[in-house]
Design a protein around this ligand. Structure first.
Ligand SMILES: NC(=O)c1ccc[n+]([C@@H]2O[C@H](COP(=O)([O-])OP(=O)(O)OC[C@H]3O[C@@H](n4cnc5c(N)ncnc54)[C@H](O)[C@@H]3O)[C@@H](O)[C@H]2O)c1
Length: 307
């Protein structure tokens, strides 16, 4: 792949932001990457370190201000507090709402065809807040959502079946967090229903769903953060946007019926979310999804005066 000539700004140059930059750089998604952080010294050190990798591609990377990010094709928000062991993602909302709000104020006016990609947690709630506060159309504001969880799920299933990950289509839907659920009824292996080729008991399904849901927690317990998976996923999302791939991915986006943002499959292209892709869930999955939305709406409700 060769760089498109476009630009991507990453706001937040910590573990996730710098790994996202590294992934974008190696994949040559755009020609210019701008890193922004309130910690200028850290940001410059990340840029200096990353610039040692640019010999592999022709990508330019530099430190910039929030204003430099205004004109990027994609603005990625990775700024904010991260989970400590034992934290849920929703515990981060107070701190990260304030961070997001101040960034979005400084970003004005955002180029009217930019795509705003939220990665900071709790990603679903922050995606909705960014839709309300950014001034961009809803389809231009999305969150990385459960794409990472779906990749984790796919990896487990692929290793059980001893097939390539790309042969499996399986989605985790709902919140990128504790109320997420696996859409087992829609999972396929190259078009064949997954549960026909891999008959799993209820317990086995529950175990796989729990391992998927708790994977980040297990990593954070030992190394303090996760970065590589989310970076690869973010880079995949950016590629689909910049090159107008029209790929169907589980991403956090506006759900009219559920009155919140959460992940369901969507068609992703240069304008952001092109459309929601219909998923025919069974009754139990539908009810899990409704519960997930209910939990998110409860959190959003607490901020309604402020939005
Ligand atoms: N969506 C996902 O799948 C996923 C996966 C992993 C982590 N995350 C989330 O990403 C976020 C970042 O995690 P991390 O490990 O990189 O944390 P980190 O502490 O390493 O980095 C966060 C950075 O944000 C910067 N920052 C804070 N306020 C800022 C502001 N107003 N403007 C600019 N920069 C600001 C900090 O200086 C810091 O460098 C967390 O919310 C974490 O939960 C999301």
């Amino acid at each position: 792949m060769s760089a498109s000539g476009g630009s991507i700004a990453i706001i937040g140059a910590g573990s996730v932001g710098s790994a996202v930059a590294y992934s974008l750089l190696l994949r040559q998604v755009v020609a210019d990457i701008v890193l922004v952080d309130i910690n200028h010294e850290l940001c410059q050190a990340q840029v200096n370190d990353l610039s040692d990798a640019t010999f592999l591609s022709n990508v330019r990377i530099r430190q910039g201000s929030v204003q430099d990010a205004q004109n990027a094709d994609i603005i990625i928000i990775t700024a904010g507090a991260k989970q400590k062991p034992g934290d849920t993602r929703l515990n981060l909302i107070d701190r990260n709402y304030k961070v997001l709000k101040s960034i979005l104020q400084s970003l004005q006016p955002i180029r009217n065809d930019s795509i705003l990609l939220i990665v900071a947690n709790p990603v679903d709630v922050l995606t909705l807040f960014a839709q309300r506060l950014s001034g961009l159309a809803k389809n231009q504001v999305l969150g990385s959502g459960t794409l990472l969880d779906s990749i984790r799920l796919t990896r487990i299933l692929a290793s059980k079946l001893e097939v390539a990950d790309t042969s499996i289509h399986a989605f985790v839907i709902g919140e990128h967090g504790d109320s997420q659920c696996v859409a087992w009824s829609t999972a396929t292996v190259h078009g064949t229903p997954l549960l026909k080729v891999l008959p799993l008991t209820d317990n086995e399904r529950e175990e796989i769903a729990t391992t998927t849901r708790k994977k980040a927690e297990a990593i954070i317990k030992v190394k303090g953060f996760t970065s590589y998976g989310v970076a690869a996923v973010t880079s995949r999302i950016c590629e689909a946007i910049i090159f107008d791939h029209r790929q169907v991915l589980p991403l956090s986006h506006w759900q009219q019926d559920l009155d919140c943002c959460l992940s369901l499959p969507a068609v992703l292209g240069r304008d952001g979310i092109i459309s929601s892709f219909p998923l025919h869930l069974d009754e139990e999955e539908q009810s899990f999804l409704s519960e997930s939305a209910k939990g998110l709406r409860k959190v959003i409700e607490e901020y309604k005066e402020d939005l």
